[in-house]
Design a binder for this molecule. Structure first.
Ligand code: IDP
Ligand code: MG
Length: 150
């Protein structure tokens, strides 16, 4: 078990549907800790960097339109195995196949508008956190409840 940090986005559909609180509750309830949080509108340049791995996919331009269409909430989430734990709380990419109890399984219906992003691995997490946050925007702190979680 290693302590990790991961980047989460509540995508434009989640923000516009009023699901920010719902999604954050799910993440917080797991015991993971919010160490950075902001609302921002992703511009074209940031979107291209964020989704660079998908540049050749047929859905790339639609994905960029979607992710830049309206604000997102960006979160740095930290804790034991935060990267894979967050991915399992999110559910699989296509909400129609995501398990009930996951963010996408409970709240989504289509593969593009799937509410949440979470970094896939350690390399992506480090890269993505750097895209959205300056060092002084990430706060390391202890909660008294941590002793009951970790
Ligand atoms: P992930 O978000 O579960 O890691 P990726 O395969 O990395 O999934 O895809 C990034 C994002 O691109 C997805 O979350 C979704 O919003 C969008 N996407 C993925 N596959 C498709 C598709 O087949 N059609 C439209 N959009 C897609
Ligand atoms: Mg991905």
């Amino acid at each position: 078990m290693s302590t990790q940090s991961t980047l989460v986005l509540i995508k434009p559909d989640g923000v516009n549907r009023g699901l920010i609180g719902n999604v954050i509750s799910r993440l917080e309830n797991s015991g993971l800790k919010i160490s950075g949080i902001k609302i921002l509108k992703i511009n074209q340049e940031l979107a291209e960097k964020h989704y660079a791995e998908h540049i050749d996919k047929p859905f790339f331009s639609s994905l960029l339109n979607f992710i830049t269409s309206s604000p997102v909430v960006a979160i740095v989430l930290s804790g034991p195995e935060a990267i894979s734990k967050t991915r399992s709380l999110m559910g699989t990419t296509n909400p129609l196949e995501s398990a009930p109890g996951t963010v996408r399984g409970d709240l989504g219906l289509t593969v593009e508008k799937n509410i949440i992003h979470g970094s896939a691995n350690q390399v992506d997490a480090d890269r993505e956190i750097n895209l959205y946050f300056n060092e002084d925007e990430i706060i390391s702190y202890k909660r008294s409840v941590d002793d009951w979680i970790i």
